[in-house]
Design a protein around this ligand. Structure first.
Ligand SMILES: Cc1cc2nc3c(=O)[nH]c(=O)nc-3n(C[C@H](O)[C@H](O)[C@H](O)COP(=O)(O)O)c2cc1C
Length: 216
């Protein structure tokens, strides 16, 4: 007998096929479609809808991946904030290309953004850093992100020292800031009950977005 969860999932899939993704019913601009799907994830109260799996690679092709949070989108691209001296920061300095994968599984949606990465202006890091809770600000100073450290106590001690040093006015570290992924490709995957899922790949060609269907 089907469990309630399975029944709910089935209901979702049935209703989902009513709104299939076609070349004819998707916007010309993939960022617009991304925003529609992101808003759909928000409306369905999915956990961490702005979480993306960010893939980078060293110049010799060794891949790496981790989760970061999308913090904005505009004409420049998809923005996230991090430590510039982290593994991802060093990888991006040497090879400024990345892919980011969003999974909104409950909605049978996946989006992959591929593109070139550049740093956001430091003023934007200052503004975003200032909006963060004090604990996060202290953490940004305390964490030499991606470095091996002796133990938890060492990290807690470092955070305590930083709190004493800066008090309630924690400045933005010079090694912390934003990046933007300027997309050259954005791929949308939408599940279908038939398993012959829909994939639309938008590629930047001669300054315009060109839409192509990809086999699932
Ligand atoms: C849900 C979630 C959100 C995260 N968001 C960020 C983020 O926005 N920026 C960041 O630097 N690390 C974020 N992290 C931590 C990263 O996944 C990663 O551990 C860290 O950035 C170091 O990665 P690196 O050593 O590959 O540079 C997040 C982790 C999780 C699980």
């Amino acid at each position: 007998m089907a469990t309630p969860d399975k029944l709910n999932l089935q209901d979702l899939r049935v209703s989902y096929d009513l709104d299939v993704m076609l070349e004819s019913n998707t916007p010309a601009d993939p960022v617009e479609l991304f925003q529609l799907w992101f808003n759909d994830a928000l409306a369905h109260q999915l956990p961490e809808p702005n979480a993306m799996q960010l893939a980078t690679a060293t110049p010799d092709g060794t891949p790496n991946v981790r989760t970061v949070l999308l913090k904005g989108i505009d004409g420049r691209g998809f923005h996230f904030f991090t430590n510039y001296e982290s593994n991802k920061g060093r990888e991006l300095a040497a090879n400024p290309r990345a892919a980011a994968c969003f999974l909104w599984n409950e909605r049978h949606h996946q989006v992959i953004v591929r593109g070139t990465v550049s740093k956001l202006p430091h003023e934007e890091a200052l503004a975003y850093f200032a909006s963060r809770p004090a604990g996060h600000q202290i953490g940004a100073w305390a964490s030499a992100q991606s470095q091996i450290i002796p133990d938890r106590a060492w990290l807690d001690q470092r955070a305590a020292e930083i709190e004493v040093k800066f008090g309630s006015d924690v400045p933005c570290p010079p090694f912390w800031g934003g990046y933007t992924i300027q997309p050259t490709e954005i791929e949308f995957w939408q599940g279908r009950t038939s398993r012959l899922h829909d994939r639309l790949l938008y590629g930047r060609e001669g300054g315009v977005w060109v839409k192509k269907r990809v086999s699932p």
